[in-house]
Unconditional design. Structure first.
Ligand code: TRP
Length: 331
């Protein structure tokens, strides 16, 4: 039997080059080897302010982007988190196997809440990792591909699962992280110490999957580098290192090969070459996206996420029932 892989992305905007090179591209590469479940984490996205209309559109757009990047809806279970109400229900149960102290140590919560006014930080933002644990444990996922920023959440998922199991019996599988060889951590083009994020307040910090070629090139030209003017793969040149990573990911060239290719060339040439390579790759995704984003395809899309939710429920419903029974509820 194939192992189960599960992951999700929040529909908090158009996906970025970081989502593509760090996640989606690898999801596509493994779609024949695992039983994969990928969802749109809409429940998670409202832990920070969302405009309802924009959120609604972004959820649909995220489904289309999953498909445009090459995820095959026949091979993968693609669904919208809120369509499977078991996620929220299991989240509630798991709140009672989680301690305040351990949640207070979550660095993402500390970072995100520090950026907001103290009296408007939502309980949902604090509770976010427990819902994430529910997402994962509901499907007995073996492997969870997550970036560095989500490692701590995966760790707490394992803690919650073990604690629940020791109180109620062997109900949950303990998931592992999945690190793919090709995976890359793409950083902000404006601050290479931060991850590239679709919710960055500066649009020059990220490349959106749907950016036009001229916009992409412009953003790369503005990318923060340093004053060395040497294309060298070194942690002392984090901006350049990030650009090399991006270029390596797209072309398959090693960092050393990239250094050679741009020996003697200035940052100007380097940045434009990287920008063009990215634009060419994204052009294929954009063409597919445009095709999906037409009124004739609306029913097809609905069918994709409806079937996905149906398939997800086949596992989620009996799992939640098992949990309810274990806890002592009348089912
Ligand atoms: N928290 C993840 C992120 O922001 C998204 C997510 C929600 C997720 N539930 C998940 C990822 C379950 C993996 C598994 O990137």
């Amino acid at each position: 039997m194939k192992q189960t892989i599960l992951s999700g992305i929040q529909p908090s905007g158009i996906l970025t080059l970081g989502n593509y090179l760090g996640a989606l591209r690898n999801w596509v590469a493994i779609q024949n080897d695992y039983d994969c479940k990928y969802f749109i984490a809409d429940l998670h996205s409202i832990t920070v302010t969302q405009d309802p209309k924009t959120l609604h559109e972004n959820i649909k757009k995220t489904v289309m982007q999953y498909l445009a990047c090459g995820l095959d809806p026949d091979k993968n279970t693609i669904f919208i988190q809120s369509h499977v109400h078991e996620h929220a229900e299991l989240g509630w149960i798991l709140n009672n196997s989680t301690y305040m102290g351990e949640m207070e140590r979550m660095t993402q919560f500390k970072d995100k809440s520090a950026k907001q006014k103290k009296d408007s930080v939502r309980v949902g933002l604090f509770d976010y990792p427990v819902l994430m644990a529910a997402d994962i444990l509901l499907y007995d996922a073996d492997l969870v591909p997550v970036g560095e920023d989500q490692r701590q959440h995966l760790e707490i998922t394992r803690t919650i699962a073990r604690r629940f199991n020791s109180q109620y019996g062997d109900i949950f599988k303990i998931p592992e992280g999945y690190i793919s060889e090709a995976g890359a951590r793409i950083m902000s083009l404006q601050d290479p110490s931060k991850k590239m994020s679709k919710s960055d307040s500066n649009p020059n910090a990220y490349i959106s999957l749907l950016d036009a070629k001229d916009v992409i090139i412009k953003k790369f030209k503005k990318a923060v580098t340093d004053s060395e003017n040497v294309v060298r793969y070194s942690s002392e040149q984090p901006g350049v290192q990030n650009l090399i990573n991006i270029y390596s990911c797209i072309t398959g060239k090693t960092a050393t090969e990239v250094e050679k290719e741009f020996e003697g060339a200035g940052y100007g040439t380097f940045k434009v070459t990287v920008g063009e390579a990215v634009a060419d790759t994204l052009a294929m995704i954009q063409a597919k996206y445009e095709e999906l984003n037409s009124p004739e395809n609306e029913d097809f899309l609905k069918d994709v996420y409806a079937k996905g939710a149906e398939r997800a429920r086949l596992l989620a419903t009996p799992k939640l029932r098992q949990v309810y029974e274990a806890v002592g509820f009348i089912v």
